[in-house]
Write a protein of this length. Structure first.
Length: 302
């Protein structure tokens, strides 16, 4: 591809940006070109984004935005615009190389998808990290490779539906009362669990056993893994209600040996290298097919 030209811009985008197939995108694009896309008061949707002589309309960007959720609509619009630019760049390169006449599909794969797959397999190098690469990354990032932390937890659930305001207020009050009682008589935890808890674990004194990150409801998980050993001073809220929590033990995950982490490191580095190679390839396509309007859309996203 040669050296990058001054002024050319990176397209920080992966090739697959939504759940929609390339075939669907191409179909929708052709419909807009044919005058069948959305219209406003009988007029074609305006276009401020171009790849070569191909216009990408605001209607196309608006449709694509549903696949790119963001806190701000401007960011969603920018992400959608980048995705459409990438698709058009790849479509044009497929057309330039005449791959439509060479590629055979299989397994229900659309011809456009097959062409882009073959294009990327041919043009983007897929390099597997060496043993030395993996070892170097392991030595430089020791904090990343350890077994999951574990905690042993007991709880008493005061259940309430998420949309039951009065029920949740009552559940929190009951949980606070239970905490106050247990501070004075901690040996009553199993008894209170059996009598008051709305969780099946009540039959085991509220014991959840050893848990790791990701094994419970996310909001419960986030909170209990921040607790110290002993009875939590406040109820823990979740979608199920309010929990009285006691952490009986905390076990930090042990460091993984290199052989245990090798496969994970290799997968990560291979992905990083491929993303970098793909980025360089897209930059080359951007130099071949002029992109106009994307910088302005990205500037609006801040």
């Amino acid at each position: 591809m040669g050296e990058r030209k001054p002024g050319s811009r990176e397209l920080p985008i992966t090739v697959i940006d939504s759940g929609r197939s390339v075939a669907q995108e191409t179909h929708a694009h052709h419909h807009d070109d044919a005058g069948e896309g959305p219209r406003t008061l009988g007029q074609a949707a305006p276009s401020f984004l171009f790849v070569g002589d191909t216009a990408i309309s605001e209607a196309e960007i608006a449709r694509e935005m549903q696949f790119h959720r963001a806190m701000k609509p401007e960011q969603s619009r920018a992400d959608a615009a980048r995705a459409l630019v990438v698709r058009e760049l790849l479509r044009r390169e497929v057309e330039r190389l005449g791959l439509m006449d060479e590629v055979e599909t299989s397994g229900g794969e659309a011809i456009e998808e097959a062409c882009i797959r073959v294009l990327l397999e041919r043009e983007v190098e897929n390099r597997v990290p060496s043993e030395d690469d993996c070892r170097r990354y392991y030595d430089q990032n020791p904090e990343r490779f350890h077994a999951p932390d574990r905690i042993r937890v007991r709880h008493i659930l005061f259940g309430a539906a998420t949309d039951d305001v009065n029920g949740r207020f009552d559940a929190r009050s009951r949980a606070e009362n239970a905490i106050a009682e247990l501070k004075q008589q901690p040996h009553l935890f199993a008894d209170l669990a059996l009598r008051l808890s709305d969780c099946p674990s009540k039959d085991d004194g509220g014991d959840l056993g050893w848990i790791e990150h990701g094994q419970t409801t996310p909001e419960f998980d986030r909170q209990v893994f921040r607790l110290r050993e002993g009875l939590a001073a406040f109820p823990v809220e979740s979608r199920w209600g309010y929990h009285v929590v006691c952490v009986d033990a905390i076990a930090a995950g042990e460091k993984l040996a290199f052989d245990q982490a090798r496969a994970r490191i290799s997968d990560y580095l291979e992905l990083q290298v491929r993303q970098r190679e793909l980025q360089l390839y897209l930059q080359g396509l951007q130099e071949r097919f002029e992109v106009r309007g994307l910088a302005e859309i990205e500037a609006e996203a801040g």
